[in-house]
Design a protein around this ligand. Structure first.
Ligand SMILES: Nc1nc2c(ncn2[C@@H]2O[C@H](COP(=O)(O)OP(=O)(O)OP(=O)(O)O)[C@@H](O)[C@H]2O)c(=O)[nH]1
Ligand SMILES: [Mg+2]
Length: 533
């Protein structure tokens, strides 16, 4: 196998990879054609890859069958004045055996083995086609099918119809990528004077050049007189000998399909999810799942618990009356407290239609930014990927929130010190009250009174009572300020922890499928580039 064959094999494999990546995303017709090329290339190589298949094609009456007979030295093809004459494709080959598999693949039932002789070609399957401009639809269908399959084409034209639009617009212009594996023969040259023939040939050349067929040679023949037949046979022999026709034809097929797929994919080879779009979707989904509510709950719970632990005991019952926001949300447990079999759920309100709409909008913003410049099918693919687990998304986000460590339950070490101090101050207040009211009570009971103790001229009991109350209130205010700082810092920590939990879910459930789709798009682009060679 030659390096060129290896390269063609690699390009066909790349096209197969491109088809696989693009199937379901690209324009169905373009993908189907590329798929057909991959299949055809595999089959063509498998069925008698050593043969070169060449067909005579052209308008009715141009002389295809006459040339076929002249070149093969037979009268196998039916030639007549009646139009159209040939209605079924016929194939002939030389040597010991017909390439039946190849003929079956081409669906050619009329087949003949030409006996060995002076006109022998080896490894050539020569086909006489019906006309392409027929009143008979089946003729055109046969031509269209075989034009897709044969390795090389000899277009036979005559002096009257060589510029016919049916030939040029219907076939030649579209076959420009196959210029190297085509030959145009101006037959019935005997009908023209030499000067007219030259004029006709140069007109034909100009026409072909303008259609992108510079690489297609032109010859003139007369099947009637035998003029140009040896040259045509030589051209055929050269085509068979260098064994490049099949590879060139397949290579052109792959090139045409790859170019069509490239156009279908568009010009943006590396779409991506921007950091801002990524952060935005995490934020929006976090908000929709209730992160701000939980962060406020953490702040509120810390305040409430801090107030109970550090506040002035005479008023902390007020704080106790307030419900604990985290308990209400079922978020007062640390992750370790959850049973491993229990599905962790918060009691955050069920997603409202507004929340669902915001999720929808967040996902749309994400995919719209990534899909910029992508063809419609791929943009839809991105949208579908972002929604692949949408029905479960809010549940997963809720479970992630339930599992996040909010670290509120434990409180903090200095709360206990403040608590002890508060109770010591309460004790001081009680001692003060006892001291102040002890002597009247003792006097009434006829018991000896306690000696008065004065500090700065004021009874010690008053110091203890007033000082204890003031210090308790001050300590409460100081504790409240410190608790507020702690509440804010815990709210921030909770937000970080929740954001991380939300980010993990969004990454798994949304960003990863979207990225997989973008990777698929890039893979498609790379495969198409490789198929283009
Ligand atoms: N003068 C002249 N007549 C030719 C030449 N080649 C073919 N003819 C005649 O042109 C007519 C059509 O020839 P065919 O070979 O049947 O043409 P075809 O292209 O096979 O036609 P279909 O089978 O109908 O598509 C016949 O009458 C031939 O005798 C030629 O070189 N010169
Ligand atoms: Mg014919």
């Amino acid at each position: 196998m030659s390096a060129a064959d290896d390269q063609l094999g690699a390009r066909v494999r790349a096209l197969a990879g491109a088809v696989e990546a693009i199937d379901g995303r690209g324009t169905p017709d373009v993908v189907a054609k590329a798929k057909a090329v991959v299949e055809r290339a595999g089959e063509r190589v498998a069925f008698s890859g050593s043969y070169t298949v060449v067909a005579f094609a052209g308008a009715t009456g141009s002389g295809k069958s006459s040339l076929f007979n002249a070149v093969t030295g037979t009268d196998l093809a039916h030639v007549a004045v009646r139009r159209p004459t040939t209605s079924k494709a016929m194939g002939v080959s030389w040597g010991g055996q017909l390439p039946h598999e190849l003929l079956d693949w081409l669906e050619i039932t009329k087949r003949h083995l030409v006996p060995s002789g002076p006109n022998e070609f080896s490894d050539l399957l020569l086909i006489d086609l019906p006309d392409h401009d027929s009143t008979e639809l089946t003729h055109r269908l046969t031509v269209d099918r075989l034009v897709q399959l044969v390795d090389a084409l000899i277009w036979v034209v005559d002096p009257q119809k060589y510029a016919d639009a049916a030939l040029h617009d219907g076939y030649l212009k579209q076959l420009a990528p196959y210029a190297e594996v085509m030959l145009v023969v101006l037959n019935q040259a005997d009908r023209l004077a030499p000067a007219e023939l030259d004029c006709c040939l140069s007109d034909l050349r100009r026409l072909l050049d303008s259609e992108g067929l510079r690489a297609t040679p032109i010859m003139s023949t007369s099947a009637l007189r035998g003029t140009g037949i040896p040259e045509l046979r030589e051209a055929l022999a050269r085509t068979v000998a260098n064994k490049q026709a099949m590879a060139r034809r397949l290579s052109a097929d792959v090139g045409v399909s790859a170019a069509a797929l490239a156009t279908d994919l568009g010009g943006n080879p590396a779409p991506f999810v921007s950091d801002s779009a990524r952060h935005n979707v995490i934020r929006v989904l976090g908000e929709a799942a209730g992160v701000p509510v939980v962060v406020d709950g953490v702040r509120g719970a810390w305040r409430r618990r801090g107030a109970v632990a550090t506040g002035w005991p005479f008023v902390t019952w007020l704080a106790r009356l307030r419900p604990d926001p985290l308990k209400k949300l079922r978020l007062d447990l640390t992750p370790a407290d959850h049973s491993p079999t229990e599905l962790n759920r918060t009691s955050l309100p069920k997603a409202s239609s507004v929340q669902r709409a915001r999720v929808e909008q967040g996902l749309r913003e994400l995919t719209d930014s990534a899909a910029e410049g992508l063809p419609r099918g791929w943009a839809q693919g991105l949208r579908d990927a972002s929604r692949s687990s949408q029905s479960l998304l809010l549940d997963r986000l809720d479970t992630a929130i339930a599992g996040a460590d909010l670290t509120v339950r434990r409180g903090t070490w200095w709360w206990a010190i403040f608590g002890v101090l508060q109770w010591l101050l309460i004790a001081a207040v009680l001692v003060g009250v006892g001291w102040l009211f002890a002597n009247p009570v003792l006097g009434a009971m006829g018991l000896p009174s306690i000696p008065a103790v004065l500090w700065y001229g004021i009874p010690a009991g008053t110091w203890l009572l007033v000082g204890g109350v003031l210090a308790g209130i001050l300590l409460g205010v100081l504790g409240g300020a410190l608790v507020e700082i702690g509440a804010n810092s815990h709210a921030r920590a909770a937000r970080r922890s929740l954001d991380a939990a939300i980010a993990a879910v969004v990454t798994d459930e949304v960003l990863a499928p979207v990225q997989a789709e973008l990777d698929r798009f890039q893979r498609a682009h790379a495969a198409v580039r490789a198929a283009q060679g």
